[in-house]
Design a protein around this ligand. Sequence first.
Ligand code: 4AD
Ligand code: MG
Length: 476
Amino acid sequence: MKRTEIASILAQPNLNEVVTVMGWVRAFRSNRFIALNDGTGMKDLQIVVDFENFPEDVLARIKYHACLKVTGQLVASQGAGQTVELTAQEIEILGENNPDEYPLQPKRQTMEFLRENAHFRMRTNTFSAVFRIRHAIAYAVHKYFNDNGYYYMHTPIITGSDAEGAGEMFRVSTLDPEHLPRTEDGAIDYKQDFFGKATNLTVSGQLQAEIAALALGKVYTFGPTFRAENSNTSRHLAEFWMIEPEVAFYDIFDDMNLAEDFVKYLINYVLTNLPDDLEFLDKRIQEEEKNLPTDKRRPMGLIEMLRFVVDNDFARITYTEAIDLLRNSKDFKKGRFQFEPVWGSDLQAEHERYLVEKEFQKPVIVRDYPKDIKAFYMRMNDDGKTVAAMDVLFPYIGEVIGGSQREERYDRLLSRIREMNIHEAELGWYLDLRKFGGAPHAGFGLGFERMVLFITGMGNIRDVIAFPRTPGNAEF
Ligand code: 4AD
Ligand code: MG
């Protein structure tokens, strides 16, 4: 079926040309004006229907989100809001829609309701903008790394190792749960399982990316990762996508520089290439917040905030400095924190947001965390108490990136693995990388959906992935 895409018409209209467009009805006003959208961009094409030229039964079927094929002539528009419109000559209903049964209605609907109707929500302006932006960020990830000489690695989704040592993994097994084979001492006999051992869905591609970095120098992964943590928050998914660069000869400072340059590039890419979608989302947030008291509103508009992040250096502090700042803060002294900031315990979301939104009012990179709250592979600092880890914290979101310089010293790594009771047998190859031709190296993981959340200004991570998996929910 030959069709002209609406984005190309709006970008460069050839007045008087006769074209065929296909798309979904966003609105039909006064039995005369159809706003048609085919997904190629934020803007709809206005179609003018002279109702005398069309049978009543065709007009009656032009309903919200029905799918149409329209042939007509492009003419200069008299109305405000567009420069060109299409005068309909033929209208064919490709996909009928019965609004009495269709779940979505042409009015503001709650995000929860739209989530339950995730098979239709992409037809709304908000979600089509979000998913176009999501695509653009994914493309920009590959472009950034390709342009900078990195190789894209596909790391396994099924693994026998627990990269983060956190143990919150989904088991992969073909054993019959009703009749589990047992060893003599009563344990489940994974030797009889598909892979001959216990396996799980990966929580990170990092350990395998390290293998590649110690041969190819600069690599990255971009794949799905899985965490069975029972975190029902607006920032956590059980299945999410992670981008993990890993670079030989990088230390923690190179790693932080890469992280800052990379996320700024992603934001810039969207600012430059999808201004219409961003403007729509920006207005949407302003609309949503206009009835809130000033102190509950975001201090900057969406686009203003993105520009601000791109134009300013991120703040950089150590974990120890962060704890000092938190303990000396008004918020702590006035009892506004639910959790006390104490050296040795993890920064809570409220602490991260305080640092970013109140103390520095821009993204913050915190480094040198206590060893006991971080993963086994992070490089021990000379103080013997902290490791060369870094987290990048963003406004509204908190942590978007977690990374570190890796422990490249064989003995130190082995003793950490033992100290932390990590399954040493699964990590023989990982230790080998330190024994044979090892090198200092570093990397990080960017949570893709958290980045999309920040750039789109959406409020819940479930609304920036098409089909979210969260505790109790694997619909679609
Ligand atoms: O900080 P994390 O756990 O780091 C790692 O997995 C390292 N192996 C990365 C590396 O050094 N190569 O996770 C990295 C990022 C977090 O900063 C966060 O943005 C995101 O992944 N993330 C999640 N995003 C959504 N839902 C979850 N449950 C997430 N858990 C982590
Ligand atoms: Mg982390």
